[in-house]
Ligand binder design. Structure first.
Ligand SMILES: C[S@@+](CC[C@H](N)C(=O)[O-])C[C@H]1O[C@@H](n2cnc3c(N)ncnc32)[C@H](O)[C@@H]1O
Ligand code: SF4
Length: 376
């Protein structure tokens, strides 16, 4: 089983972001949230404490913006309530401007062994226009610091920002590859309700077209490959086999517990509310006060209010196996797709060792392919 901990606090909201995160929260709110989170960890431990925990991921929001002692406390409470002796990977997300030496030391002390830094771009005009709080020099300085304390450093990059061009993407990746063993490279999504979407709709920001972004993604993939990174998932690249075990667990449908506001879980046993073992997905309320109030007014994990919950049917499970598995280079067992691939789509797939995966061109048009092959 995997554990995800959500820390939904940021210094300010980035232009493109629709993640469950809140800017400018006061100390009292953060304190109440952390208290509720620790209470939830305790309840979760009472219900799932016997499970073997393979990976832990502290994400956000901006976990690095919290004081080191807060992260240490969360890790201590986790250890008190779960058996973390078999954990193979323990990650934390950080933003460059709030990475500091004392925090890195505290993370390492607490058992964290992987850090994922949200660089997004190494062009100061891109960073400024997206409302990021760091510049290129800070990003490189903090990557060097992280590299000093962690063997497993990842960075996130967004492709399709206003000042992107192929030369920039190539030089960003070449520079980053000196510091990291893993890169997540996402194409910019214009999320409904974000300031960036509004600016784009009103013609107040120039963004590269879909075709231009596809070309930039090609440059990114080729540069990463030349720099020794293997593409093991649509948006994820690793050097020396340092894939993200935690994220791989999502794509191979391992069980995971998501703790914190808006966090999602997948459990494959009875969750205490359903009488029979079943595969259940559920999530907590996104709103901070709804989450805090919900945790504080109950005395067990399975009583915490849920925002969503679904017991998966056999068809749901099969569709998920295909949809998630085809994101990865390892694909799915060939028999899962038996009789589903129309001959005209065959050119988008590669077959090996009884498995089938999307090839490079297939990954480019993945969504269109999934619509054709999933069972509805
Ligand atoms: C949980 S988020 C944020 C992590 C961290 N707070 C940060 O900003 O660096 C994880 C990653 O999703 C990506 N992301 C967020 N919003 C996006 C969007 N609208 N389009 C593409 N990628 C996005 C960014 O690369 C980000 O680092
Ligand atoms: S720092 Fe990360 S989580 Fe926070 S608003 Fe920006 S992209 Fe979203």
């Amino acid at each position: 089983m995997e554990i995800y901990i959500h820390l939904p606090f940021c210094k300010s909201k980035c232009q493109y972001c629709d993640f469950n995160s809140y800017a400018a929260c006061d100390g009292a709110t953060i304190y109440s949230y952390l208290a509720a989170l620790c209470r939830e960890i305790k309840f979760a431990g009472e219900q799932y404490g016997g499970a073997r925990i393979d990976t832990v991921y502290i994400g956000g929001g901006t976990p690095s913006m919290l004081e080191a002692k807060h992260i240490s406390s969360i890790c201590r409470v986790l250890k008190e309530n779960f058996d973390l002796s078999g954990v193979e990977e323990f990650s934390i997300e950080a933003n460059p401007e709030s990475v500091a030496e004392d925090k890195l030391l505290a993370y390492r002390e607490a058992g964290i062994d992987r850090i994922s830094i949200g660089v997004q771009s190494l062009d100061d005009r891109n960073l400024r226009s997206m409302g990021r709080l760091h510049d290129k020099d800070t990003a490189l300085e903090k990557l060097a610091l992280a590299d000093k304390y962690f063997q497993n450093v990842s960075s996130d990059l967004i492709i399709g920002l206003p000042y992107d061009n192929s030369q920039l993407i190539k030089s960003e990746i070449d520079e980053l590859s000196g510091y990291v063993t893993h890169m997540s490279v996402y194409q910019l999504t214009l999320e409904e309700g974000t300031p960036l979407k509004k600016r784009a709709d009103e013609g107040r920001v120039w963004l590269p077209s879909d075709d231009e972004v596809a070309d930039l993604m090609d440059v990114a993939i080729d540069t990463l490959s030349a720099d020794g990174f293997e593409r093991y998932e649509v948006s994820n690249f690793a050097k020396g086999g340092k894939i993200s075990k935690h994220n791989m667990g999502y794509w191979t449908r391992e069980e995971y517990l998501g703790l914190g506001a808006g966090a999602h879980s997948l459990v494959k046993t009875s969750d205490g509310r359903t009488p029979l073992p079943a595969e259940i997905r559920f999530s907590h309320p996104r709103d901070l006060n709804a989450y805090i109030g919900g945790v504080n007014c109950v005395d067990a994990f399975d009583k915490i209010p849920r925002a969503e919950m679904s017991v998966l049917s056999k068809t749901d499970i099969l569709n998920e196996q295909i949809m998630l598995g085809l994101r990865t280079a390892n694909g799915v067992e060939e028999e899962l797709l038996f009789g589903r691939i129309p001959p005209e789509l065959d050119e988008f797939f590669a077959r090996f060792d009884g498995r089938i995966a999307l090839n490079k061109r297939g990954m480019e048009v993945m969504n269109g392919i999934l619509v054709r092959i999933l069972e509805l």
